[in-house]
Design a protein around this ligand. Structure first.
Ligand code: ARG
Length: 259
């Protein structure tokens, strides 16, 4: 009898474990939120004002972070944010380690072969920062023969490589590209315009200037797996809702003012 009871107990436990494993997403250790689905979000949190960590390095902040939290809420998910190298984001999504990517990621044809993108949520483009006293660089074509810092795997890296004679130096984060300019290791930095502007505004640097010319016009999108086309639909529906109810505008104003 005792043996039978033990067997029953084991069977019950197995069932309970199975049931807990169902429902999609990751298991949540918070018992009160057992039933809540988790949205596994990938980002490269070194890209202010879109995604970055506060001074204590804990909370994820930025336009993308606020937006994706609102999107997840709208979709009925709990947002779980993971910080990954930018060039590792799409591979992580393809390996099903993530449900979505939001990382100031530009929608382009190459990426569209690998992932689905939501409707565009932000209009961007690339700009250059140089040292103030360097009068030799005033437009993109002047980068010929110059050392240029870019972030690995980004549209900046792709575009600067097209400029004949430009020497491209690739770094893991946009923060590292700024450091390299400061240290004098490069003549210029190419990044997304809002990121360059935010750096100049917030870092207190006074010896650099941003060039007016934009190299590209780019749209950011939220990426999801091609194997889960319903995810893109849900993302688009949530974005639309946030546009309609004014929430998107609120988040936009918080990070970009009225500009
Ligand atoms: N918009 C550029 C791209 O898609 C740069 C994005 C970099 N994002 C980041 N979080 N570091 O390639």
């Amino acid at each position: 009898m005792k043996r039978f009871m033990t067997l029953c107990l084991i069977a019950l436990l197995a069932l309970a474990t199975l049931a807990a494993g169902c429902g999609g997403g990751k298991k949540d250790d918070n018992a009160s939120q057992k039933t809540e689905k988790v949205l596994r979000i990938g980002t490269n949190a070194d890209f202010a004002p879109f995604e970055f960590q506060d001074v204590n390095g804990k909370e994820y902040q930025g336009f993308d972070m606020d937006l994706i939290r609102a999107v997840a809420k709208e979709m009925g998910y709990k947002a779980e944010i993971q910080n990954i190298n930018f060039d590792g984001l799409i591979p992580a999504l393809e390996a099903d380690n993530l449900d979505v990517i939001i990382s100031g990621m530009t929608i382009n044809d190459e990426r569209k072969k690998k992932v689905d993108f939501s409707d565009p949520y932000y209009k961007s483009g690339l700009s250059i920062i140089v040292k103030k006293d360097d009068k030799s660089i005033n437009k993109f074509s002047d980068l010929k023969g110059k050392k240029v810092a870019v972030q690995i795997g980004t549209t900046s890296a792709m575009e600067v490589k097209k400029i004949e004679g430009a020497e491209v130096k690739e770094f893991n984060s946009s923060a590292d590209t700024f450091l390299e300019l400061k240290a004098g290791g490069v003549d210029a930095v190419v990044n997304d315009r809002p990121v360059n502007d935010y750096y100049i505004l917030k870092s207190g640097v006074t010896d650099v200037r941003r060039l007016e010319e934009l190299l590209t016009s780019e749209d950011y999108g939220i990426a999801s797996s091609k194997k889960k086309p319903e995810m893109k639909k849900q993302l688009d529906a949530a974005l639309k809702k946030l546009h309609d109810n004014g929430e998107y505008d609120k988040i936009f104003k918080k990070w970009f003012g009225n500009g």
